[in-house]
Design a protein around this ligand. Structure first.
Ligand code: SAM
Length: 414
């Protein structure tokens, strides 16, 4: 039983995005001491202390980081698995031109065409396209390939061993196009997928097709002007003949919160436009009505906790996403493809409802003018799948910096 106003170790770890081991170590080292639950002696943390640790760092920030980099010439990208264009918009904002985008989902393709009639949208299964004609035409291949397991038997993987997976299609395209730089984007979980073997396999395949991979990093969107705690793993491959260092975009100090996303302020110069959105079923609404901003299932009376959580009540883990209401002064938790799932509820702070489509889009830092096509659930899916545009822009600057250095080195050899 965790004391009210306190978080358990798993909850605190989940909220802070740290492992339980890290928190235990911080406790032992006196860096962030835990309290003890009187009967069990388990580590617990005052909610207030955790919230203070997360407090937006606005006061007196003098931002020293600026990743902006102007392209020295026109750089072009072939964007695979383009979805509704989150990464593509970000790259465009960084000054990179989209030469072509591939996507299988017809609604996402309609979204891309509706907003950018000039973009060359290649609709269909990536397997059916040959991209050789882009060789020498584009400088970058990017793609958020869905993560799938390979049959890996401890041996060094080659391209052909991955056949049948979407990573194979990504790597095949990179091989066909042979650009100076390629960027794969994925969920953080790829690092631990199949105990790290999936990622290891990907690195050996990129090596086989002629690319060195920069040490893999997980970028936290909140460090890149995104009011959401989303994390993306970035896989950067540099063609082996190029001896230029790639550097990840530097994190900003300022952290933005839900209020910055939905209200007029630093990120947007107007309040969020009205739009459609899904609703909670009546019973769920009655339960969520009892939750305060920044609260979650543990804020319910115990009998309702048990009834609402069902079997999950007795399972371990913090489950801090269940019956969660976001507060105005915190970044949103990661948005998913559907806004009312039980494990990942993100209720509006003042009203008992999921975020609307336009609120979802703001939290992902899409521009208000960007229209989404298809039914409301198709729109949520496209937004929830996206790389936040502001994160994409910062990744874009890092690519521009790399390409500027590369092309300058060709015209001014050492
Ligand atoms: C994670 S989303 C990419 C999001 C996108 N990068 C953005 O920033 O908005 C992955 C996309 O891959 C697409 N996809 C899945 N299988 C595909 C295939 N076989 N061929 C082409 N696209 C595919 C999905 O429809 C989905 O839109």
């Amino acid at each position: 039983m965790v004391i009210k106003d306190c978080y358990s170790l798993s909850e605190a770890a989940e909220i802070l995005g740290k492992s339980k081991e890290t928190l235990r170590r911080w406790d032992k080292e006196g860096k962030f001491p835990a309290l003890r639950e009187p009967i069990s002696e388990y580590r617990i943390y005052k909610k207030e202390d955790i919230n203070n640790l997360l407090k937006p760092l606005f006061d007196n920030i003098i931002e020293e980081v600026d990743n902006f980099e102007k392209p020295l010439k026109e750089y072009k990208v072939l964007e695979l698995f383009a979805g509704a264009g989150g990464l593509a918009i970000g790259l465009e904002k960084a000054g990179i031109k989209c030469a072509a985008l591939n996507e299988i989902d017809k609604w996402a393709c309609q979204t891309l065409r509706e907003n950018r009639p000039n973009w060359n949208v290649l609709e269909g299964d990536i397997k059916t396209f040959n991209f050789e004609k882009y060789k020498g035409e584009v400088d970058i291949v990017t793609g958020g390939f869905p993560c799938q397991a390979f049959s890996y038997a401890g041996k060094r993987l080659g391209l052909e061993d991955a056949r049948g997976t979407l990573f194979y299609e990504f790597a095949r395209t990179v091989k066909e196009v042979n650009p100076p730089i390629c960027i794969g984007e994925n969920v953080k979980g790829l690092r631990s997928h199949e105990k790290g073997e999936t990622l290891k396999g990907m690195l050996s395949i990129l090596d086989e097709i002629g690319y060195n991979v920069v040490p893999v990093q997980v970028l936290k969107a909140i460090n890149y002007k995104v009011p959401q705690k989303r994390e993306r793993l970035i896989l950067v491959g540099i063609r082996k003949d190029i001896d230029i260092k790639y550097e990840y975009p530097k994190p900003y100090q300022a952290i933005y919160n839900l209020s910055d996303a939905l209200k007029k302020g630093v990120l947007y110069d107007s309040n969020v436009p009205k739009s459609e959105g899904s609703k909670y079923p009546q019973h769920k609404k009655e339960v969520l009505d009892l939750i305060p901003p920044k609260g979650y299932w543990r804020d319910l009376p115990i009998d309702i906790q048990k009834e609402y959580m069902g079997k999950s009540f007795y399972l371990g883990g913090g489950k801090t996403g269940m019956a969660r209401r976001i507060g105005w002064d915190e970044p949103s938790l990661t948005l998913t493809c559907s806004p009312a799932q039980k494990q990942t509820e993100r209720c509006h702070p003042d009203e008992t409802r999921p975020f609307t489509v336009r609120e979802y889009a703001r939290i992902q830092t899409f521009p208000d003018e960007w229209k989404f096509m298809g039914s409301v659930s198709q729109q949520y899916k496209q937004i929830g799948n996206a790389v936040p545009c502001n994160l994409g822009k910062e990744i874009g600057y890092s690519i521009v910096k790399f390409l500027n250095d590369y092309y300058s080195s060709l015209s001014n050899p050492k």
